[in-house]
Design a protein around this ligand. Sequence first.
Ligand SMILES: Cc1cc2nc3c(=O)[nH]c(=O)nc-3n(C[C@H](O)[C@H](O)[C@H](O)COP(=O)(O)OP(=O)(O)OC[C@H]3O[C@@H](n4cnc5c(N)ncnc54)[C@H](O)[C@@H]3O)c2cc1C
Length: 424
Amino acid sequence: METSLPSIAVLGGGPIGIEAALYGRFLGHDVKLYEQERVGHHVEQWGHVKLFTPFAMNRSPLAVAALRAQDAAWQAPEDEALLTGEEYLRRFLQPLVETDLLTGVIHEQTQVLAVGRPHLSKSDHGCGIDRKDASFRLLLCDSTGKESVATADAIIDATGVYSQHCHLGRGGVPARGERQITGDIDYKIPFIGKDRSCRFAGRHALVVGGGYSAATSVVALAALAESVPETRISWVVRSPRGEEGAPLFEIPGDPLQERVHLTDRANRLAMGSDAAVNYLPHRTVEAVRRLRGSGAFEVELCNMREAADDLNCPVTCDSILAHVGFRPDCTLFSELQVQLCHVSEAPMKLAVHLVEQSATDCLGQEVPSGNLLVTSEPNYFLIGNKSYGRDARFLISMGLEQVRQVFASIRGDANLDLYRTMKE
Ligand SMILES: Cc1cc2nc3c(=O)[nH]c(=O)nc-3n(C[C@H](O)[C@H](O)[C@H](O)COP(=O)(O)OP(=O)(O)OC[C@H]3O[C@@H](n4cnc5c(N)ncnc54)[C@H](O)[C@@H]3O)c2cc1C
């Protein structure tokens, strides 16, 4: 495609990468999107989980217009619909990447291994060097392991965080023995069925974490225990945030009903509404090991209360669900000068803004202005879940807005308002 506009490489085919590619093409840029697997690969992995934001918050008017122009028979989900990840992918993201605007743009099964500047490494700086005049060089790898090189004038990195989990052990350091059994631990929310065919049925699951992912698994396991009563759940939480020691904080006046129900149900389970759930607050994981023969795990928990009589207590369980968060993979741009926050691993300017709003729930966050998305590496933009680093408050609606802000920066036009992402 011949154009005088900057060419753009979008890294990652999640909801936000796809929106960036769509918006870039709409504005006439030469865009290529590289996705390591299939589009929506991360969403697919939590496809059985229901989004707590309604569909209206998870789509842009531009995307809806592109879908309608492509196929008049396309049935948009209701604005209020709470879709599962799988429905969101099948009914929205997958048809979207088939629209004419994205023809030839999406390169699936193409992992981005590294991004740099052809003639400048990370350490090149000083007089006479202007990094913004150089293009980017990307090292790509296809599903057969074959490597190739691509170039672009600007990079939009939307590779998410779901590929890299945090660790189970105390202080985020791997628990003793964790590295040896990483492949046996569920760091992502597993599908939990409701009958005996489910791998958790009639067994003892240890869930670690005090966020919505842990709550989702505990609620699903408790539902399983209703039909298969031998099922047992231990729920380990480091710092309870709810009232009277309940694990989850209840957001006053929370308008997201799905989140209200999840919080309420999970807190009640923890506080003793169901004998199948054994709530273990103020605990961290010291060590894990697989027991020979039975395949069970032994988990050594540490009670953080000084007076506790079970300071280091082993628990035997059949599975470990470690819902301890995810973190961005920053090795991709290790030869670039992207300054990251030492707390969140988010790009510095945005991270400072997020820290200033740390007391605010994700829905109450101010939309960051475009200059907060400009990183210390000219024309390298981090958006989507990855732009929040370890901060778990990212919402798709925020990412859709970021896309518009980034293009305003790329084009040097702060008033760019051709197709507002959220307002129709
Ligand atoms: C269980 C769960 C429920 C959630 N519910 C909600 C909700 O209700 N509402 C909401 O607003 N948000 C929700 N989120 C948060 C967030 O909005 C989603 O995670 C969303 O998918 C993030 O979109 P993204 O495009 O930034 O990244 P992702 O969806 O994570 O997509 C990143 C893509 O990049 C690809 N990739 C990674 N590395 C490379 C590489 N090196 N080369 C090429 N491709 C690469 C991945 O395969 C992936 O497809 C939820 C998250 C989870 C985990």
